[in-house]
Design a protein around this ligand. Structure first.
Ligand code: A3P
Length: 341
């Protein structure tokens, strides 16, 4: 583990500190998409690109509305499929309208944060033929404005932890769905995603990645603190805490649970249609929700990848797994969370 000091406090009120020393060198070496460095935020040391310094207040002070729906969870926990479900439930199962790109229907709250300006500029120069880039670059700095101007019911996806989101979400009682997925599968999925996305461009192997992940040294980490902040709120009436593993085991049950929470009862036919639409194999083939990422060399990488529970076996060695299990058990006890079987 890197024990580099984090010295320079760049924004006192928010307790945001520049990451420097060994940890900075390490992060800059392995996450090539981030060209300006990283910060850690608050006592939990949430790790983000340095751009967070200028975005923190916007993210915290954003004006929420009572009927907003927030979909949240650690990256790679099943947020995209849940976005599609929530959007359909809030739009009377309008499958025709759902042919529009999901990114346009459900906005990613902190899109701006994860795209380094220099990396994005370079990308536009290197791959001017990439037809995803114009829409993306237009959205990057504009997401909160677009949300602000939206006069329909808003559905947002965020990976920020509760403490960095607007306090009014809880005060006003907006509906929040938190998706939790078990750590080893999240780490494997996030590793593939970070390697396969030009804006992140992770260059290490999985063993190194797991060390970063475990120590909270990847963007949006630390993972266990993220879950803890949501798990503590799971009994609040405006919060629904769900598990990815249950989505995989019983998709119909998962859909029913979210439909009940959103007060949109479903008849058998509607439930059947939703199951069919969200089923992994069909979801993967749907271009409105499943767009491949491109890595730094412009190779396509699957975004909707394997969707497996227990997919961690692909990359954990026996030794890594034994060590990981000890760590996870300790963290599980600290949080008091019960994982689905
Ligand atoms: P894997 O990489 O293990 O395949 P997020 O949307 O939060 O980024 O989560 C991505 C993970 O959800 C990926 O996991 C992806 O394959 C999986 N996923 C996407 N759509 C799914 C679906 N319809 N059913 C089950 N899993 C899905």
């Amino acid at each position: 583990m890197s024990s580099a000091p984090v010295t320079k406090v760049v924004k006192d009120a928010w307790k945001i500190s520049m990451v420097d020393g060994d940890l900075r060198n390490d992060l800059m070496k392995y996450w090539r998409g981030e060209k300006d460095g990283f910060v850690q935020v608050g006592t939990k040391k949430w790790l983000y690109p340095v751009k967070y310094v200028r975005l923190a207040e916007e993210y915290k002070n954003f004006e929420v509305r009572l009927d907003d729906v927030w979909i949240t969870g650690f990256p790679r926990s099943g947020t995209t499929v849940t976005q599609e479900l929530v959007w359909l439930l809030c739009h009377n199962l309008d499958f025709k309208a759902a042919e529009e790109d999901l990114d346009e229907r459900v906005r990613y709250y902190e899109l701006n944060l994860v795209f380094n300006d220099k990396t994005t500029e370079e990308r536009v120069k290197l791959f001017p033929e990439d037809d995803e880039l114009p829409r993306l670059t237009e959205c990057i700095g504009n997401t909160l404005k677009l949300l602000d101007e939206d006069n329909k019911r808003r559905i947002m996806k965020t990976h920020l932890p509760f403490e960095l989101l607007p306090d009014d979400i809880m005060k006003k009682g907006c509906k929040v769905i938190y998706i939790c997925r078990q750590p080893k599968d999240v780490a494997v999925s996030y590793y593939h995603y970070e390697k396969g996305s030009w804006h992140l461009d992770y260059k290490g192997d999985f063993k190194r990645y797991w060390d970063h992940f475990k120590n909270g040294e990847c963007s949006f980490g630390p993972y266990f603190e993220h879950i803890k902040q949501a798990y503590e709120k799971k009994d609040e009436p405006n919060i629904l805490f769900v598990f990815y593993e249950n989505l995989r085991k019983d998709l119909a049950g998962y859909i029913q649970k979210i439909a009940n929470f959103l007060e949109r009862p479903l008849n058998q036919d509607e439930l059947y249609k939703l199951v069919d639409h969200l089923k992994f194999e069909n979801f993967k083939k749907n271009p409105a929700v499943s767009k491949n990422t491109k890595d730094a060399d412009n190779n396509e990488v699957e975004f909707v990848r394997k969707g497996k529970v227990g997919g961690w076996k692909e990359l954990f060695t026996v030794e890594m797994n034994e060590e990981a299990d000890v760590f996870i058990e300790r963290k599980t006890r600290e949080i008091g969370i019960t994982w689905p079987k």
